[in-house]
Write a protein that binds this ligand. Structure first.
Ligand code: ATP
Ligand code: MG
Length: 247
């Protein structure tokens, strides 16, 4: 069974129609690249999955349930996580606190009230999480704002994974990263795949898309105009779809 199924998703802002009836299926453990020109509607489509936007028409089925009218909170609860380009981390807080930022304590400390939550416990769990993911930071005690862009990106992913998601959407996770940092993000995606987590990766960097994704979906002016297997395509073809060489 697919983990996500979009059917006929339409979205307008005022008089401007941004999504023109998008169909998309994603399977558990699948890594799908979503590419397209600036303004093609990628972020809008993803926000329609997380519930930030309600679609005007069409349906969003997640994990076998119709979530078209569910709130973002309900969808997150069901296992949809999105990592935004600005990451939404608290730079002055340390690594460990960021990983558990905004969490209801009942979900991760078995009902212990926040005032009784020991910092040492948070640090310990954060370190465990990072070790499990193979993420290396100098210490969980240093403020996130002092980490490199790539390290911050991996912390944002680690944070998303503590919610035990079934689908993770990443909007341009590698845009600002150096080569080595890109590698660690792509490694994390691979790791998530092994755990059966589906990923939708939005990126303008086709190298990263081809490295991480077995399937590449091209959005153009609010329509899916191609849905390609990596093994059956190449960058030139993907670019030709992005720029509309096929009409
Ligand atoms: N909240 C909004 N109100 C009005 N128009 C919007 C809103 N959000 C997006 N749009 C418009 O919808 C279109 C698609 O935007 P979207 O952000 O989804 O594109 P994108 O494919 O993510 O582009 P990029 O690659 O530049 O991030 C754009 O023309 C944008 O101006
Ligand atoms: Mg965008």
């Amino acid at each position: 069974m697919s983990i996500l199924e979009l059917s006929g998703v339409k979205k307008s802002f005022g008089a401007v129609q941004v999504l023109h009836g998008v169909d998309l299926k994603v399977w558990p453990g699948e890594v799908v690249g979503l590419v397209g020109d600036n303004g093609a509607g990628k972020s809008t489509l993803m926000k329609s999955i997380t519930g930030v936007y309600t679609t005007d028409k069409g349906s969003v089925i997640f994990d076998g349930k119709d979530v078209t009218y569910h709130s973002p909170g309900e969808r997150r609860e069901m296992g949809i996580e999105m990592i935004y380009q600005d990451l939404a981390l608290a730079p002055q807080q340390d690594v460990a606190n960021n990983i558990f930022l905004g969490r209801e304590p009942t979900r991760w400390l078995l009902g212990i009230l926040p005032s009784f939550v020991q910092k040492s416990r948070i640090d310990e769990q954060a370190q465990e999480m990072l070790d499990r993911l193979g993420v290396h930071v100098p210490s969980v005690h240093i403020p996130v704002g002092m980490l490199s862009g790539g390290q911050q990106q991996t912390i944002a992913i680690a944070r998303a994974l503590t919610f035990q998601p079934k689908l993770v959407i990443m909007d341009e996770p590698t845009a600002a990263l150096a080569v080595r940092e890109v590698e660690s993000v792509l490694k994390l995606i691979e790791q998530m795949k092994k755990d059966g987590i589906a990923t939708i990766l939005i990126s303008h960097r086709l190298n990263d898309v081809f490295a991480a994704c077995e399937r590449i979906v091209v959005l153009r002016r609010g329509n899916v105009i191609s849905d390609l297997k990596r093994s059956a395509t190449d960058m030139a073809e993907v670019v030709s779809y992005i720029v509309g060489a096929h009409g």
